[in-house]
Design a protein. Structure first.
Length: 321
């Protein structure tokens, strides 16, 4: 597996490093640790360098600071026995991250849910939001539980991934999320909660003018029973796969909006990471990211793993790095 770890010196990128270390990845995993020095590009592709307005000594200082910023995360990941390289890029952070992920064939991009320049009130940073939307691979957005930032030294604190919530609806995207978890060497102490949310169709049925109340109630009862049975099949299938790898599991079938159910289940079960597919059964292929996925990524109080099936291509075009 190839992983791209993005850092910017924020407490959230520190959390990204800790989360990656907590996954206890196999020694053959290759990790690229990168940081991007923002370099504004103006209309027509004009940069300060082109105008001669960039101070060379200041750029050298920024380059050194960027390299120093990478040192801590590189040491932490190297201590885990993984193969690590570090890179400094200049330019638009989103563009540089997506280009490098594409060039290196990364299976996973790991980054903080927010960055240094994002306002405190924002629950999801602008760079993180765009990367999770346009990346052609899976993305792990790291944040500390309950969104409390930890400003302690990066290398002096450790964390464990004990509780994982897997959201599934039986789609190929949620099946990919299950397989991704199976490929990650989570601790055998980890417990995976498998959650399926059932949307309520009561309101829609009650408003159908061609059906009387009695018929509505009968159809609703039949629909709910059929959905319950199907939901149990879906959660049982995922549980059996996870149990086959030795993980402890539990399952929940909840009624209501999928995003709200996932967030509620994560909070109730003190979840460390929520794993879900980039789209669900109702996702339109041309959409880059499902609405449920975006809602969970924005409002979750823990890290979120957004999984894309292999060989899903982006609909945007980029030049080589």
């Amino acid at each position: 597996m190839r992983i791209l770890l993005v850092v910017d010196g924020s407490s959230y990128s520190d959390m990204a490093t800790k989360t990656l270390k907590a996954l206890q990845l196999p020694s053959q995993t290759e990790v690229t640790v990168m940081t991007v020095v923002p370099e504004p590009t103006f209309l027509g592709g004009i940069t300060l360098d082109m105008l001669g307005g960039a101070d060379i000594s200041k750029k050298e200082t920024q380059q050194k600071r960027a390299a120093e910023l990478l040192r801590g995360p590189v040491q932490v990941i190297t201590a885990s026995g993984l193969k690590v390289e570090s890179l400094v890029r200049w330019g638009n952070p989103v563009e540089m991250i997506l280009k490098l992920a594409d060039k290196t064939g990364a299976s996973l991009v790991v980054m903080g849910a927010k960055g240094l320049t994002d306002p405190v009130a924002f629950r999801l940073g602008s760079v993180a939001q765009k990367v999770m939307k346009y990346a052609g691979c899976s993305v792990l957005l790291a944040r500390k539980k309950t969104d409390k930032v930890d400003r302690g030294p990066l290398a002096k604190k450790t964390m464990a991934i004990d509780q994982v919530l897997l959201a599934t609806d039986g789609s190929k995207y949620s099946d990919a999320a299950t397989r991704f978890l199976l490929d990650l060497p989570l601790s055998r102490q980890s417990k995976v909660f498998v959650v399926t949310a059932l949307q309520s169709h009561a309101a829609a049925l009650m408003k159908m003018p061609t059906l009387d109340l009695e018929t509505n109630q009968q159809l609703l009862a039949e629909l709910q029973a059929a959905e319950e049975r199907e939901a149990r099949k879906i959660t049982t299938r995922s549980q059996e796969q996870l149990q086959g790898k030795g993980y402890k599991t539990a399952s929940m079938v909840m009624r209501g909006g999928a995003g709200e159910c996932i967030l509620k289940a994560a909070k109730e079960n003190d979840t460390d990471i929520i794993a879900l597919g980039s789209r669900g059964l109702t996702g339109i292929e041309s959409f880059l990211l499902g609405g449920v996925c975006e809602r969970v990524a924005r409002y979750a109080q823990c890290s979120v793993l957004i999984v894309r099936p292999p060989r899903v291509k982006r609909s945007i075009h980029m030049k080589k790095v």
